[in-house]
Design a protein around this ligand. Structure first.
Ligand SMILES: *Cc1c(COP(=O)(O)O)cnc(C)c1O
Length: 425
């Protein structure tokens, strides 16, 4: 069983909360850079390799800038994410646009920025043409092979039930039509399983995509310039889970590349990834303070964060490990539900969780919230989004997004048209 250790100590946390009250998300710059480097090194055998960080996982300019310095591009799914990426200095083919149910004006923005457009559906060819006033030179298509996606005997996910991507026949047709309309460079993309904890996921997916690319090239003559393995590499949220080894994963993809693409004369294809979780999840944490104890039919610890700060437990019953700072080595001889204050009974960070005794005022470190954490936040019950902080490599802490105030909550409301008592002239 591996041990999950916070990237800060109780003393550091106490210093931080003097300036920034809990709850907040804290990110570890050194960890982010080191994870990005291990990823790059795992795929260094591929000349054109590029990671396009999935912006939706952690849409913060400081995080995106760090990743840009580490050689990453960005994967955007909406106009606002495109604008954010542009504001962070990303341009042209450093940007991937992977959206679905896309409208012409969204394609238009992506195209005006020179982004690579990844087409989710065959019927979007017309929309793409409309938005871009023609078909861009480079187009990527998203594949959905249908059926169950399995590795060995284990079913990882069910692409047949997924709304994304084109069928195999549609892919061929899409490449043909796009070529007729002027596309010259093609990409192939698929995302078949999320948060995988096996080193076999990427190599298995890569082999499917490599074989499909060889077929597509033979059928249509299209020049396939890159293959995008998308996201899906997981992190060990539970201490007992084995972590992925990105070096082993990169080597597995290399073997499939040598066996399938190179003999087909396609040894110049670039490999792209769009990881979000793998790069950021473990390099972020949600810090929250224990506020109350409640003893009814169960033992509850109420904290000052809630599902609005971290939705994954409420939404997927996802496990997030909790460390009580300063009690890292204390015996876990209490059983608690750790809960937020929402009027929703799924607002629980932990259920029947063995933890050390928690006292009011204790600082709880909720692990692995760096991806799909802050970004999935919401304002239910009038809760305000927290700050995001960055632990710099020199040990200093920088606020990289301020906490919302009630003024932010009211900013989209307009009281002027209401005949309210006390407001009448
Ligand atoms: C969400 C998403 C990703 C990132 O997924 P992770 O699970 O964070 O690796 C990558 N590509 C696309 C198209 C996505 O929708």
């Amino acid at each position: 069983m591996s041990e999950k250790r916070p990237f800060i100590t109780l003393e550091q946390a106490r210093q931080i909360v003097k300036d920034y009250p809990t709850p907040f998300h804290l990110y570890d710059e050194a960890g982010i850079r080191s994870t990005a480097r291990t990823l790059r090194s795992a795929f260094s055998w591929n000349v054109g390799f590029k990671e396009y960080f999935a912006v939706k996982a952690t849409p913060n300019p400081f995080i995106l800038s760090i990743l840009r310095e580490e050689g990453c591009g960005v994967d955007c799914s909406s106009e606002t994410e495109l604008m954010l990426s542009r504001a962070c200095g990303f341009a042209g083919q450093e940007i991937m646009f992977s959206s679905n149910e896309t409208e012409a004006h969204e394609f238009a923005l992506a195209n005006s920025m020179g982004a690579v457009i990844n087409l989710d559906d065959y019927t979007l060819i017309e929309t793409l043409e409309e938005g871009c006033g023609g078909i861009p030179q480079t187009v990527s298509c998203r594949y959905n092979p249908g059926g169950d996606f399995s590795i060995g005997n284990e079913i990882m996910d069910q692409p047949k039930d997924s709304k994304y991507g084109m069928t195999r026949a549609q892919l061929t047709q899409a490449y043909r039509v796009l070529m007729e309309k002027g596309a010259r460079r093609f990409g192939l993309h698929a995302f078949l399983a999320s948060n995988t904890l096996t080193n076999a996921y990427y190599p298995t997916l890569a082999r499917i995509l490599f074989e499909t690319a060889v077929e597509l090239h033979r059928e249509t003559g299209a020049h396939i310039a890159f293959i995008n393995l998308s996201g899906g590499i997981g992190v060990a949220y539970r201490p007992e889970e084995p972590a992925n080894d990105i070096a082993v994963i990169g080597e597995g993809v290399r073997r499939a590349y040598e066996e399938v693409l190179v003999p087909a004369g396609m040894g110049d294809v670039a490999i792209y990834t769009e990881l979000g979780r793998f790069l950021l999840a473990s390099n972020g944490a949600l810090l929250t303070t224990a506020r109350h104890e409640k003893h009814t039919y169960k033992e509850y610890i109420g904290v000052d964060a809630c599902a609005c700060n971290l939705m994954r437990p409420a939404m997927y019953r996802a496990y997030h490990h909790i460390t009580v700072l300063g009690k890292e080595d204390a015996p876990c001889d209490h059983v608690y539900d750790v809960v937020g204050s929402l009027c929703e009974n799924n607002d629980k960070f932990a259920i029947d969780c063995r933890l050390p005794r928690i006292d009011r005022g204790d600082l709880l470190y909720i692990h692995d919230t760096g991806a799909h954490g802050y970004s999935m936040g919401y304002n239910y019950n009038g809760k305000l989004r927290s700050a995001e902080l960055l632990l710099r490599r020199d040990g200093s802490v920088q606020m990289i997004r301020r906490a919302e105030t009630p003024a932010d909550y009211f900013a989209t409301l307009d009281f002027a048209g209401l005949d309210l008592p006390g407001r009448r002239a």
